[in-house]
Design a protein around this ligand. Sequence first.
Ligand code: ADP
Ligand code: ADP
Ligand code: ZN
Length: 217
Amino acid sequence: MNLILLGPPGAGKGTQAETLSAKHGLVQLSTGAMLRAAVKAGTEVGLKAKSIMEKGGLVSDDIVVRIIKDRIAEPDCQGGFILDGFPRTLPQAAALEKMLKSSKKKLDFVIELKVDDKALIERISGRFSCAKCGAGYHDTFKQTKVAGVCDSCGNKEFIRRADDNVETVQNRLLAYYKETSPLIGYYFAKGLLDSVDGMGAIDQVGGSIEKVLAKLD
Ligand code: ADP
Ligand code: ADP
Ligand code: ZN
């Protein structure tokens, strides 16, 4: 099963992808995480992406398409994947279609997480993650079970993203509405779109996504 989680920054894509990948044995493909790794490693891609990400803009289609194309071709993705943060523009969606077609794969679902803009800001400003395994948390909505200790790996160090600040968030929202939101109509027209209420608690949203996926069984 191959699916896309679509939604504005902070909607809960990464959070839901984490649970879904464990439950269904799917690989989570987050272009944001891949780009952050490239920035940290100081690769050529990382150098190009760094300042754009800091400002909250979109990295060029060429770069992200290349990253995803290489990653999807790897053996662990053959059993299915969840795209989290890709595609983000119509040209990226077209490139995805092309690469899936040439490897005889298809998209089973595009799931849109619908979340109010005010809630996005609240979610983003409280977001942090485990420095070791990447598990995502929130100051209010998803605290660690034991204070200061990662539920998944027991690590005690956490990080906050440099771009999760008020000024950058505004640009990221603008980029979403300008460049990414047209994908909702695009996938609706292709008969692939399911929209889910993303305003409920994390488990509730997960339940709504499972209902959509059950259509395949
Ligand atoms: P995205 O990947 O779409 O940018 P995340 O999954 O990182 O979003 O979620 C953003 C923040 O909001 C995280 O701190 C996460 O723990 C929290 N969060 C995710 N889903 C919900 C939810 N349904 N209700 C409240 N907080 C949530
Ligand atoms: P969020 O889910 O909070 O929006 P991501 O981790 O998905 O954040 O992305 C972080 C940043 O990485 C984006 O603001 C953008 O600069 C860059 N990025 C990630 N995915 C893409 C993509 N598919 N196309 C262009 N830029 C991307
Ligand atoms: Zn951890």
